[in-house]
Design a protein around this ligand. Structure first.
Ligand code: SF4
Ligand code: SF4
Length: 413
């Protein structure tokens, strides 16, 4: 069912237009006016581990291509229509990579068309979640067709390590169909053994300001910094996903009656919302062990706005905006660290359910979120939770997991 227009998620740009930017934004060096389409960028490039590739500091991540049919003519089709222009704006400003997955609807085909005539300038990342070698090889052949190319630069196992994927990747490398292989995963500990064993060329890991120790009760809870340092030592490329947390502000901002959210919104009216988004990127790129960030851009303006961040200084005002954001969001934002998971006697898929809740509430990917939730065995769904509260004691971020699971079940079942 198509949601009513006033219940629709809005793009970052629409949000920006709604939160009027005053001249004081110029203090940060980038105003809303700066983000006009003609704004140049000073794109920078980093070495991508031992691959020999030089990746632009930001590129396009396509998780918005989750097949959210429910967004229909309002957002999802608009996103797909705008993807070629997003690629144009990004590449005009020196961006040189796109990252998607076969799970993200028809984004491979759209990107393949958008990259026509500039294949040699583009680094293509795409993924499959297949696990049998023959299925991985078939999936790769399909990706090659979609991208209208003879080779994928960086092919990866989507969402986890799979032995079958990596067996197939060796064959695909020998055949020249892929150049490099890697994995994406939310949990650093799952990357770690494969980084230690140098079994891959690159990793995708969520990383953003909310990963900082001060927002958790344990120092470097997620082990992300150590993982990145190990990647550096092993000369393995690090590409960050969810640089802006995935805890999508525009939709969340509808709850501005909450005092901390209202305070953030007031500051954004003063400084301009684009400075918050740029602050997220600048914070990620401050880390010398990070090679680049895959950024979810849903309009051409967002591509311009994000590229305008490159080369800017991370200021105290940026830090203040991030602090306000984090203070408001920290008790709602699941880092997907899975620390709570072993404490649950019922085996509820807590981190997955909270992720699906985020897809629904913050991304607006309702159909996907429901579909993913329905695919969980009933025994792992939120309805099987006994409300014992043990997970809440284990969560380093002190999330009110029980009520969030209840809410998720109401939204997703
Ligand atoms: S409250 Fe529910 S989800 Fe949390 S540990 Fe208990 S049964 Fe598991
Ligand atoms: S609920 Fe807490 S412990 Fe569980 S995955 Fe999320 S942040 Fe980690």
């Amino acid at each position: 069912m198509t949601p009513p227009p006033n219940d629709l998620p809005v793009s970052r740009r629409e949000f920006l237009e709604k939160s009027s930017t005053l001249a004081v934004g110029a203090m940060l060096g980038a105003t809303a006016a700066d983000a006009a389409d003609k704004t140049p960028s000073d794109m920078k490039y980093r070495r991508f581990g031992a691959t020999g590739l030089k990746v632009s500091e930001i590129g396009l991540g396509c998780a918005s291509g989750l097949k959210s049919q429910v967004l229909g003519p309002f957002l999802f089709d608009r996103y797909r229509e705008q993807l070629p222009a997003i690629v144009d704006r990004l590449f005009e400003r020196g961006g040189n990579f796109v990252a998607t997955s076969q799970s993200y609807h028809d984004t491979e085909e759209i990107l393949g068309k958008a990259l026509k005539g500039r294949r040699k300038d583009a680094i293509i990342f795409t993924a499959t979640s297949k696990s049998q070698p023959k299925d991985v090889i078939a999936a790769c052949e399909l990706s090659l067709k979609h991208f209208q190319t003879d080779y994928i630069d960086c092919y990866f196992s989507h969402g986890d390590w799979r032995d079958g994927f990596h067996e197939a990747a060796q064959t695909l490398k020998k055949q020249g169909k892929i150049r490099f292989s890697g994995m994406s995963c939310h949990v650093p500990a799952k990357h770690r053994p494969h980084v230690e064993a140098k079994e891959l060329d690159f990793i995708f890991q969520p990383y953003n300001y909310m990963a900082l120790a001060k927002w958790t009760e344990k120092i470097d809870l997620n082990g992300i910094e150590e993982l990145f340092a190990l990647c550096k030592k092993q000369d393995i490329g690090v590409i960050c996903m969810k640089p802006m947390t995935g805890h999508f502000i525009p939709n969340w901002a509808k709850e501005a009656s909450e005092p901390k959210v209202a305070k953030l919104m007031d500051e954004l009216k003063q400084f301009g919302a684009h400075n918050l988004y740029q602050a997220f990127l600048l914070w990620v790129l401050k880390n010398p062990n990070v090679c680049c960030a895959a950024v979810g851009m849903t309009t051409p303006h967002e591509a311009v706005e994000d590229c305008a961040a490159i080369g800017r200084k991370f200021t105290r005002v940026h830090e203040r905006l991030l602090d306000l954001y984090a203070a408001a969001a920290t008790k709602d934002y699941c880092r997907m660290c899975e620390t709570c998971q072993p404490s649950c006697p019922a085996g509820i898929a807590i981190a997955d359910i909270l992720r699906f809740r985020m897809y629904y509430k913050n991304y607006g990917h309702r159909a996907d979120a429901r579909e993913l939730y329905a695919a969980l065995p009933e025994s792992k769904q939120a309805s099987a939770c006994t409300e014992c509260g043990l997970c809440q004691q284990a969560c380093p971020n002190k999330l009110a997991i029980v009520s969030k699971l209840k809410e998720a079940h109401g939204l997703l079942a």
